[in-house]
Write a protein that binds this ligand. Structure first.
Ligand SMILES: [Zn+2]
Length: 269
């Protein structure tokens, strides 16, 4: 029986890493972050080798012997099975981020819904998210299993530890596998919270000053990646009102506004 917990840290034996990848596979499957044989998980074993989940198997049913070892160009070094066609995006992250030793890719339904809507999770709605992830951008769509997928992620991987992939899913990374998994769990949890605020029809964003304090604490705790790629990361209360905050009007109010605009336009001619 495989253990149901994994320890933090990256310095472990290959056998421990194999057990950890299988445990995280069961977690992402058990939490409904993937269906069928979706998703993939990898760990950087050393400067030259990556241990990864294989293609065409449920991530909830893997055993340590199912895993594959490749080099950093994706060439198989050992294993009965074959690596996922999405391994290239893991390798991109390892090549751009020497601080990263583990990558998780899944299709958690709420966050993937945001990805399919082309909506980043970038609003300062929850202090813990500003502290842990800053914000979560959307990479433009790239066909899975082709170099396009990595190309779309390339501009973002330096700046973010969790990225929505348009019309596809989510990728997260961390200095160890537990951190990469937690970031996947946090992303899906935040997506649900953000969705509830959308359903309630009201969002109260943190102010720029509040966000500054959180970002300073983030640097103090050593959890900050490089500076975010965009200035509006995350979007604050001031930023939202300056850039067109969403408002609600009744049909009568909307019709009155349109009539007024048409009337003014006619008066000018
Ligand atoms: Zn995928």
């Amino acid at each position: 029986m495989l253990p149901e917990s994994i320890s933090p840290g990256h310095v472990k034996s290959e056998d421990e890493h194999r057990r950890d990848v299988c445990t995280v596979g069961r977690w992402i499957h058990g939490r409904g972050f993937v269906a069928s044989t979706d998703g993939n998980i990898s760990v950087r074993l050393d400067p030259h080798r990556v241990l990864t989940s294989p293609t065409a198997i449920s991530k909830g049913m893997m055993t340590p012997d199912d895993l594959v070892i490749t080099d950093l160009r994706g060439r198989k070094l050992s294993g009965q099975r074959n690596p996922s066609s999405e391994l290239a995006m893991h390798l991109l992250i390892y090549s751009r981020r020497p601080d990263i030793n583990a990558v998780c890719h899944a299709h958690p339904p709420t966050a993937t819904g945001y990805a399919a809507a082309g909506m980043p999770l970038n609003k300062a709605l929850v202090s813990e998210i500003v502290l842990s992830l800053g914000c979560i951008p959307v990479a433009r769509y790239g066909t899975p299993g082709t170099p396009e997928l990595s190309e779309t992620l390339e501009p973002l991987v330096q700046h973010y530890d969790a990225i929505l992939m348009a019309n596809h899913g989510v990728v997260t990374c961390g200095q160890d596998l537990l951190t990469a998994f937690f970031r996947m769990e946090t992303t899906e949890h935040f997506a649900r919270v953000a969705l509830v605020t959308e359903l309630l029809g009201k969002q109260v964003l943190l102010s720029g000053e509040d966000v500054e304090k959180l970002l300073a604490a983030r640097v103090r705790y050593g959890s900050a990646t490089a500076a975010p790629a965009g200035p509006e990361c995350p979007v604050t209360a001031e930023g939202a009102s300056a850039s067109g905050e969403r408002i609600h009007v009744t049909r009568e109010e909307l019709e009155a506004l349109i009539e007024e605009a048409v009337r003014r336009d006619r008066a000018r001619r």
